[in-house]
Ligand binder design. Structure first.
Ligand SMILES: [Zn+2]
Length: 191
């Protein structure tokens, strides 16, 4: 196959891969960094899919399995807050968006097989990493009016400092960051 043809073939493969195809493997990348979450946004037509992964430390201030009533309540409260996606990640009202699905889990971080883990999970009471993992489906009546996004994520969750954002749309892929100082995302041209 010529260079041009194989280039075209690999481009076609990239286009054919659904945005979240790597979701299952996504968390195999390594331990998270406290203070930093990731937000993946995939936009197509009038549909927006979002996936948020945040260290438990960012959201509730601890990562061990909730054992006291207070800790369990904190986890449930955080899950409820995160489930109301359009309250946390505000889209322009003119776009008329609504949340179709929201799924929030609190899960223990997985490590690569054989990877050295600082936390010895076999020891009772040893510290563990855990993450909040949320997936959302949103539809918008006027997707062309989704020009940006503003989040109260940082004011809601005291330990969160940064969100690394990946935006995928038919127009391409972009990376950005939202922070406490800049809790906004420019989506001009993404829809
Ligand atoms: Zn952690």
């Amino acid at each position: 196959m010529s260079k041009v043809l194989s280039g075209l073939a690999s481009m076609a493969m990239l286009i054919a891969v659904p945005a979240f195809a790597d979701q299952a493997d996504h968390r195999q990348l390594g331990p998270h960094v406290h203070g930093q979450g990731t937000l993946d946004i995939a936009i197509e037509g009038n549909k927006i899919e979002m996936e948020l992964v945040s260290p438990g430390m960012d959201i509730v201030g601890f990562e061990h399995i909730a054992s006291t009533d207070e800790q369990k309540a904190a986890v449930e409260k955080a899950k409820a807050k995160l489930a109301d996606v359009l309250a946390v990640f505000k889209l322009p009202a003119a776009a008329n968006c609504k949340a179709e699905t929201a799924n929030v889990e609190n899960r223990k971080e997985t490590h690569k097989p054989g990877e050295k883990d600082d936390d010895d999970d076999d020891k009772p009471g040893a510290p563990q990493h855990s993450e909040f993992h949320a997936t959302y489906t949103i539809t918008c009546e006027a997707p062309e009016r989704v020009t940006g996004l503003e989040t109260v994520y940082f004011s809601n969750f005291a330990g969160a400092q940064l969100l690394n954002v990946n935006v995928t749309s038919p127009k391409g892929q972009t990376q950005a960051q939202m922070t406490r100082d800049k809790p906004t995302l420019d989506l001009t041209g993404a829809m």
